[in-house]
Design a protein around this ligand. Structure first.
Ligand SMILES: [Zn+2]
Length: 244
């Protein structure tokens, strides 16, 4: 029977990570897409700048699926979620979270309730992106409840399941609206701050994909987000490069 000395001797023979690398988990990142294809109806000025062509989307998706540190989300509930995104995800065995604008469901450019059910049946998660896409900053009283809380409830009624995740429209929010959502029992709110995932945190940052993004530009933004202070310790950057 081996004694402790044998075990230690055996451990020394295998490859051993430097202690600085073992000390930290690999950073993870969440990407946020909007529409895929050509936007035919801009709801807000500048929206087209966040749509990507189908070819670019597939290129970014292939990179993200191959990168162990990257998770996927899709905001706004555009019809491309079902027409382009879901089939491409399924083809690659990938999963994502979709955040539709609840007040747009069923209009000409957006998913219907049935479309959301199809996404859920395909193994995707669905969260709320508010009622009208009005930013969750400066909202108070009845208006805050109408924009932030009511659509979560409406989505739960529509889908017959709990909706635990939310995404702030245009990435804008304030302490009051976040507190309101938290007191309502929402488990996670996603924003657009370009930072790595914060494991277990209630507010989760994401990287919004822009029309001119490539896998290289997204990867560079993710690595930059680790910041110079973090680069100096724990091998976080080398771990991130492996995760991306
Ligand atoms: Zn949005």
């Amino acid at each position: 029977m081996p004694h402790a000395g044998d075990v230690r001797a055996g451990a020394r023979q295998g490859p051993v990570d430097p202690p600085s690398v073992r000390a930290v988990a690999a950073p993870r990142f969440t990407v946020c897409f909007h529409g895929v294809g050509v936007p035919t109806h801009e709801r807000e000025p500048g929206e087209a700048g966040y749509w990507v062509t189908r070819d670019r989307f597939l290129e970014l998706l292939d990179w993200a699926v191959a990168a162990p540190g990257v998770a996927l989300s899709f905001d706004d509930g555009n019809t491309s979620d079902l027409e382009v995104v879901a089939p491409a995800l399924l083809e690659r065995g990938a999963r994502a979270t979709f955040f539709p604008v609840v007040g747009r469901l069923g209009d000409a450019w957006s998913l219907s309730a049935q479309g959301l059910e199809e996404l859920i049946d395909a193994g995707m998660d669905v969260g709320t992106h508010g009622l009208t896409h009005r930013p969750w900053a400066g909202l108070r009283g009845a208006l805050a409840r109408e924009e932030v809380l009511a659509p979560r409830r409406a989505l739960e009624d529509l889908l017959g399941r709990r909706v635990d995740r939310a995404a702030a429209p245009l990435g804008r929010y304030d302490r009051h609206t976040l507190a309101l959502l938290r007191s309502d029992g929402c488990a996670e709110v996603n924003v657009s701050d370009q930072r790595p995932v914060r494991p277990g945190a209630w507010v989760q940052p994401r990287f919004s994909v822009r029309a001119d993004d490539t896998a290289a530009s997204l990867r560079a933004r993710m690595l930059d987000s680790l910041g110079p202070a973090r680069r100096l310790r724990n091998g976080a950057v080398s771990l991130a490069k492996r995760a991306l």
